[in-house]
Design a protein around this ligand. Structure first.
Ligand SMILES: Cc1ncc(COP(=O)(O)O)c(C=O)c1O
Length: 496
């Protein structure tokens, strides 16, 4: 079947993007690899003077039978050796002489080959001219996205609580962030549609929806497939782009099973095959996209290591070209060392080996999620002041709290839930645990002229705290959760 071509979305570009001309120096860099041309044209240092002759690393070997946390012993049964030479092109490796040189702003070809293969494995691409480019992780990719599409005063839709760095990037660039109501499953499509259908005439319409669909930061929610489909249709109707920021996509841990016997039964099933694993994943917005309306931001931060500072962006060729032009003048490209090591490891693991890694990682997070919810069930008082929705993806849980149930809500805190939130924050720190107030992640913004107030007054006294189960070992995690629950009990005057 021939796939359609992506639509032209250049009408959404910012003034900056529309006025950017390709850097003239970058238009001749490809001649550098032509052996018949004496290249005197660019400020490229001679690779003889790069002081590294090779780069080597050891990693565990697929299928990671001892678990992904087990260190390689050096034996050939469990250890993979990556050795990349400066001037030799072996297999799918990126020679160091090239990786450490200028050029390839879109990413080294060998890394991009792997990522294209991975995209084809995981996402059901529905248009022909899509492309993948390398990024320095999703923080960078979002900053670039804002510059490519938004001028000061433009509007971007966000989940009503969202990743604070991405909100801060908007604020700094003068971009208005409009909150979309969410519930325990993320964005509520009907509310999104209502907001857009009743948009104030003459108020600037949104150019982008920024969403963290899976294991949302900070709420831990994940959008089910039917909501993703509904949101995509709304994006078509109101003609904005969807930017899915998906660092937690592969940490899909499934439903929490409270009954221990049932849990044991389910978990003792044989390890998932690659096909079963892929089938179990929620559909990405990218998979639903028939016209190049989705930009997907992926990162190795949560699956390999944040310090790789390596990620990738997927979208239509037209849009990816705009990113490369910007990156030529900003990041130039992700670190060559990082690209060499990550691509060298991934090519040796193969697509299947990488899936084994992701399956292993998911297994670890299932345990962490279960341990967290088990502990919260054990230590949190059973009443309707506190509630926890077990996350099905990501690394975050939230404890939701009815601030109006605080015994001093009216007297000491003037019926202001944010004051209760502050008091709880101080209390939990004094009890030796840190969780983060939900208020730190609030999306706040208004258009000019303003949008009608659609906020849900019944939720006015709801506050929450975000915690993560990713960062500590199981014993510490349980102790931290116990301290949190003890502090909450004390603050609200509960005895058990
Ligand atoms: C939603 C979201 N986007 C981006 C990031 C940062 O990702 P990166 O390390 O790829 O810049 C985080 C992580 O903390 C995040 O939660």
């Amino acid at each position: 079947m021939t796939l359609p071509e992506a639509r032209d979305f250049s009408f959404l570009f910012s003034k900056e993007t529309k006025s950017r001309k390709p850097s003239p120096l970058k238009t001749c860099i490809h001649h550098f690899s032509n052996p018949n041309l004496i290249f005197l044209g660019g400020g490229l240092p001679l690779s003889d003077y790069f002081p590294w002759d090779n780069l080597s690393a050891e990693s565990p070997l697929p299928p990671f039978t001892k678990g992904i946390g087990a260190s390689p012993t050096g034996s050939k049964d469990d250890t993979l050796n990556v050795l990349v030479k400066k001037n030799e092109k072996t297999g799918d490796d990126i020679p160091l002489a090239r990786a450490l040189q200028y050029g390839h702003s879109n990413g080294q070809p060998e890394l991009l080959d792997f990522l294209r293969g991975h995209t084809t494995e995981i996402h059901d691409m529905k248009y022909a001219d899509w492309e993948v480019i390398a990024s320095v992780g999703n923080t960078n990719a979002w900053e670039s996205t804002l510059r490519i599409f938004c001028d000061r005063g433009d509007v971007v839709l966000f989940e009503e609580y969202s990743f604070s760095s991405c909100l801060a990037a908007c604020e700094a660039q003068g971009v208005t962030t409009i909150p979309i109501p969410i519930d325990a499953f993320g964005i509520v499509p009907e509310k999104l549609e209502d907001l857009l259908d009743n948009w104030t005439p003459n108020a600037p319409k949104p150019k982008l929806l920024y969403t963290i669909p899976t294991g949302q930061n900070p709420t831990g929610t994940s959008l089910p497939n039917d909501r993703r489909e509904a949101i995509y249709r709304i994006a078509q109707k109101h003609d904005f782009l969807i930017v899915e920021d998906e660092p937690y996509y592969f940490l899909q841990v499934g439903d929490y099973i409270e009954d221990l016997k049932k849990r044991e039964q389910v978990y003792s099933a044989p390890k998932q095959s690659h096909e079963e694993f892929k089938k179990s994943l929620v559909k990405s917005f990218l998979s639903l996209d028939t016209e190049g309306r989705v930009i997907r931001l992926d990162s190795f931060s949560k699956v390999l290591g944040p310090g790789t500072r390596l990620g990738w962006i997927t979208g239509s060729k037209q849009l990816m070209k705009a990113y490369v032009s910007l990156h030529e003048m900003t990041i130039q490209c992700p670190s060559g060392f990082s690209q060499v090591l990550v691509a060298g490891t991934l090519h040796r693991w193969g697509q299947g080996g990488y899936l084994d890694w992701l399956i292993g990682l998911r297994h670890e997070y299932v345990g962490k999620r279960d341990h967290t919810i088990d502990s919260l069930t054990k230590y949190l008082p059973k009443n309707d002041v506190f509630s926890v929705v077990p996350p099905v993806a990501g690394m975050f849980f939230t404890v939701n709290i009815d601030a109006s149930a605080h015994p001093e809500f009216k007297t000491k805190y003037n019926s202001d839930p944010s004051k209760v939130e502050n008091a709880i924050y101080e209390k939990v720190i004094s009890r030796g645990v840190l969780v983060v107030p939900g208020g730190w992640f609030k999306t706040a913004g208004q258009t000019n002229p303003p949008l009608p107030d659609k906020s849900d007054k019944s939720k006015a006294n709801e506050i929450f705290f975000r915690g993560t189960y990713a960062a500590v070992a199981p014993e510490k995690l349980e102790e931290g959760l116990k301290r949190l629950c003890d502090a909450l009990k004390e603050e609200f005057g509960f005895t058990n």
